[in-house]
Design a protein around this ligand. Structure first.
Ligand code: AMP
Length: 404
């Protein structure tokens, strides 16, 4: 569906065109009209579905029409990387308006963030922890918020942010529009949907049938704590059978960080991600193929569409957000009748993602401890019934799960 079908202001449509978006993705086609109509929304959408623009576009549209001059929308995200990514998308799509967003995340100077807030941002994007710091210091006022977005609600809950989320939601005006996005509909997500949303429209991505990976790939999950991930990766790469490996991370920042960590540890590694040009990516691949590098660190986006050679190991440094990405990733090994190994480093915070992959593939992945690390087990959440509440008005959905 073309974006011109939505009643969006020309400033927004122009930015969409310049961003290179020709057609709305299914989650955008289903969500944007509901958001414009002012309804609360509960959407199941994964990273890669275009969910960010699905909520950013109607927010820009509304605030520009209102000539909003104070903080009017808040977007909550579980990680700094995601908050920063939403901030970038907002900036690009709001470039023909006077609206601005303040991104409030830990690990960055509070002063800089305050400066942006004082300059009068209309949109606040952030992780619950740092936001609460600002609320407690009285540096943000939430009493004029009209729209609240809870992005990746399942991960926010997995990461234990529910208490902070409640504190923030209680500070918002009662009369507001609330939009919630989540990759899964775990029972905890349904509970907070009932707590925070009023008569939401529902947009549901139906999970595509995913073909199981070939059994020539040995798939193993290595449970690990977040702080031990880097050390565990290096330990695995010391194994003599790891002749060449692709290490997948969730974001560009993490890909760079892992690349640096490996290089500093004496591992010949090269990084590809979406901010590198096609030429740089191809050069990196040529080096990897020629054996100049033993390890290729990549994000899903960068790896898409590239002819990556056969490797002995695929290592998921972070679990992918979508089960189909898991299958794409691990399919880089065990090509042409050979066998290969896929190792997924998974933290307890990633248990929902692990559950999602296991459910989609209808398998239970074997968990194995790595030499030198305390054994740890990850118990994925049990499959749950989908919404049954009468308040959740289900609509027939055209949506399929899509990756862009
Ligand atoms: P998201 O699911 O929001 O993380 O978006 C995934 C990727 O899809 C991002 O790189 C977006 O820039 C891109 N994207 C979002 N909407 C569209 C669209 N309508 N057409 C093409 N790409 C899009």
């Amino acid at each position: 569906m073309s974006f011109s079908r939505f009643a969006l202001i020309p400033e927004v449509l122009r930015a969409v065109r310049e961003r290179g978006y020709d057609e709305a993705t299914p989650v955008q086609a289903d969500s944007i009209p509901e958001i414009i109509a002012g309804r609360d929304l509960m959407a199941t959408a994964q990273t890669g579905s275009g969910k960010t623009a699905a909520f950013v576009l109607p927010i820009i549209d509304r605030l520009h029409r209102q000539r909003a001059n104070r903080l009017s929308a808040i977007i909550l995200a579980p990680t700094r990387e995601l908050a920063a990514q939403i901030g970038r998308e907002f900036e690009l799509l709001a470039r023909h308006t006077l609206l601005s967003a303040a991104v409030v995340i830990g690990g960055e100077s509070m002063e800089r963030q305050l400066h942006k807030l004082r300059k009068g941002a209309q949109v606040l994007i952030g992780c619950p922890g740092r936001l609460i710091d600002h609320i407690e210091r009285g540096t943000v006022r939430l009493d004029q918020i009209q729209i609240a977005v809870i992005d990746e609600a399942d991960r926010l809950l997995d990461m234990g942010f529910l208490p902070q989320l409640r504190v923030i939601m209680q500070k918002l005006p009662h009369r507001r529009q609330t939009l919630m996005f989540s990759a899964t509909m775990a029972s905890a997500v349904q509970r907070i949907a009932r707590e925070f949303l009023t008569d939401p429209a529902r947009v549901e991505g139906s999970v595509e049938e995913i073909s199981a990976p070939p059994d020539t790939i040995r798939q193993v999950v290595c449970p690990v704590t977040t702080e031990n991930k880097g050390r565990m990766l290096r330990q695995i790469l010391l194994r003599p059978e790891v002749t060449s490996a692709i290490v997948f991370t969730r974001t560009r920042v993490r890909a760079d960080r892992v690349g640096k960590l490996l290089t500093q540890g004496g591992v010949k590694a090269i990084v590809i991600h979406g901010e590198r040009t096609q030429g740089q990516r191809n050069a990196a691949l040529a080096g990897f193929r020629a054996g100049k590098f033993r390890v290729l660190v990549a994000t899903d986006v960068a790896a898409r569409g590239l002819d990556i050679p056969d490797v002995s190991h695929v290592i998921n440094y972070d679990l992918p957000d979508a089960a189909e990405n898991y299958v794409h990733r691990i399919g880089r090994t065990a090509r042409m009748g050979k066998s290969g190994q896929a190792l997924s480093l998974a933290t307890p915070e990633e248990r929902a993602l692990l559950g999602q992959i296991e459910r989609a593939l209808k398998i239970r992945l074997e968990q194995e401890s790595v030499e030198g690390f305390e054994p740890l087990a990850i118990v994925p959440p049990k499959p749950v019934k989908l919404f049954s509440s009468a308040r959740m008005r289900a609509r027939p959905s055209r949506m399929r799960s899509h990756a862009y």
